[in-house]
Design a protein around this ligand. Structure first.
Ligand code: GLU
Length: 484
């Protein structure tokens, strides 16, 4: 099998493109075939090198690797022209000199006269020019479009997803293959390139179904082997409409920035239009390669459910070992604070302890990075509601408790169990529930009403930082009381 992904570099890699790339890649890797890239950069106004880079980096992030050098469609221009001229020579295409306005006038007249199909109208208009005249005008440099002479009958194929497909050729207009400026149209360039690249299976979105009969006719006219075709179902937004910008993030790199793990994204994309045939949802890349088949591609569109993506991502984060997850979190933090030169104060051990403590509370690396803020950086403010409840309701009591905690932890053995025993013992001595000690302390240490277990928090921060933070909290409570 030789498969390809053929993005137009007119934007980032979006979810739909990534899904198409992934399905082609899975099939290539499963079959031991080749997965090729072709950058369809013939639209010179909209194609940009930075978009090529964005698409390639999106694929790299997903771990979708390609074989052979990427092909740039614009490099095939001479061949596209030669193929069009070949069809002209063989009488399978014709020159169309009719100006656009004249064609439109004739079309409107035909529609008004109710003569029905206008799919052969350009052929009719072109036939008014004698072949010898056409040769002369072309030789004199007059611009013309080359149109494909669609034959009679019908065109059919067995789609790998949708089964038997058939189009009546009478419904297909004599489409342009080479424009007046000598550039190929999409259908023509794709066929010329796919044939040149030896593509055996074309798998792409079902928005291309109506192009497929035109492409099959071109293969046949060029005397090339027709590849197999499979059209993937639409990706829908939660409202059942085709996924679009209005449904939110479509760019794969925005999920990367959000701290979604690539393995979770791949798993999620694989289930957009494919099912393993069981209700399993978590499938590793290797399992996907081993199990992916076109038979299990669904015909109906499937809904892009970002809640499911984040759920999945949480599962993948939980599966990673702490060391690996810590490395990725470091990376996310570093890219967030590209400007902040200061490295955080956490030791390797403390960083890993923090990672392990935050993992069950995060569904993405970015969420985790946000939760990590009070450990890798300073506490910049105290949650107002939590402060009212834990400190200011009884400022004297809260300060007293924090002062006692400070004394305890100044000397206690610095292990989770010892710290726990000592703080629980303190609550007992004060005759209060543990929460009465932990809540004011949590706020002092993190500025937040919720955090991982308080003993973890102490150990992550370390003795010195914890003592400083408690001191600052006591001062804050005092100055708050002074203001009232
Ligand atoms: N450049 C086309 C697209 O992005 C490729 C279609 C195809 O795979 O033939 O939709």
């Amino acid at each position: 099998m030789r498969l390809r992904f053929a993005p137009s570099p007119t934007g980032y890699l979006h979810v739909g493109g990534a899904r198409t790339a992934l399905f082609n890649w899975l099939l290539a890797r499963r079959s031991g075939g080749a997965f090729l890239l072709r950058i369809e950069d013939t639209d010179r106004d909209r194609s940009r090198p930075e978009h090529v880079e964005a698409i390639l980096s999106g694929l790299r992030w997903l771990g979708i690797d390609w074989d052979e050098e990427p092909v740039f469609q614009a490099d095939g221009l001479e061949r596209h022209r030669a193929d069009a001229l070949l069809l002209l020579e063989r009488g399978r295409a014709y020159r169309d000199f009719t100006p656009q306005e004249e064609f439109e006038r004739a079309r409107d007249a035909a529609v008004a006269a109710g003569t029905g199909a206008v799919t052969r109208l350009s052929r009719e208009l072109a036939s008014r020019v004698q072949p010898a005249d056409a040769e002369m005008r072309a030789a004199a440099g007059e611009p013309f479009a080359v149109r494909f002479r669609v034959p009679g009958g019908s065109t059919s194929w067995r789609d790998m997803v949708h089964g038997d497909m058939r189009f009546d050729n009478g419904e297909i207009e004599d489409f342009v293959i080479l424009r007046g400026d000598g550039t190929p149209t999409y259908n023509h360039a794709v066929v010329s390139d796919d044939a040149q690249m030896g593509i055996s299976h074309v798998i792409r979105g079902d928005d291309h179904i109506s192009n497929t009969p035109k492409q099959i006719l071109l293969y046949e006219a060029l005397g090339k082997k027709v590849p197999a075709f499979g059209h993937l179902p639409m990706i829908l937004g939660p409202d059942g409409k085709r996924l679009s910008k209005r449904h939110g993030a479509q760019a794969v790199n925005s999920y990367e920035e959000e701290g979604v793990l690539p393995e979770a994204m791949v798993n999620f994309l694989a289930l957009l239009g494919w099912s393993p045939g069981t209700d399993e949802e978590l499938l590793s890349r290797d399992e996907l390669v081993a199990r992916f088949t076109m038979e299990r591609v669904l015909k109906k569109g499937s809904v892009f459910d970002s809640a499911k993506l984040y759920w999945m991502n949480g599962k993948y984060m939980a599966r990673l070992d702490t060391r690996e997850l810590a490395a990725r979190l470091q990376h996310t933090l570093a890219s967030r604070n590209a400007s902040a030169e200061e490295p955080h104060e956490l030791s390797d051990d403390a960083f890993q302890r923090m990672t392990a403590a935050l993992a069950p509370r995060s569904r993405s690396l970015s969420e985790m990075a946000t939760l990590a803020a009070p450990y890798v950086g300073p506490v910049t403010s105290y949650d107002a509601k939590a402060a009212r409840r834990a400190w200011y309701r009884d400022p004297g009591g809260a300060s007293e408790i924090l002062a006692r905690v400070r004394t305890e932890i100044a000397t206690v053995g610095w292990e989770a169990e010892t710290v726990e025993q000592s703080l629980r013992g303190l609550a007992g001595d004060l005759g209060v529930g543990a929460g009465k000690v932990f809540q004011p302390l949590r706020l002092a240490l993190t500025g937040l009403p919720a955090s991982p277990g308080i003993f973890d928090v102490l150990l992550i921060l370390g003795r010195e930082r914890s003592l400083r933070r408690i001191g600052r909290a006591i001062d804050t409570i005092a100055s708050h009381a002074g203001q009232r």
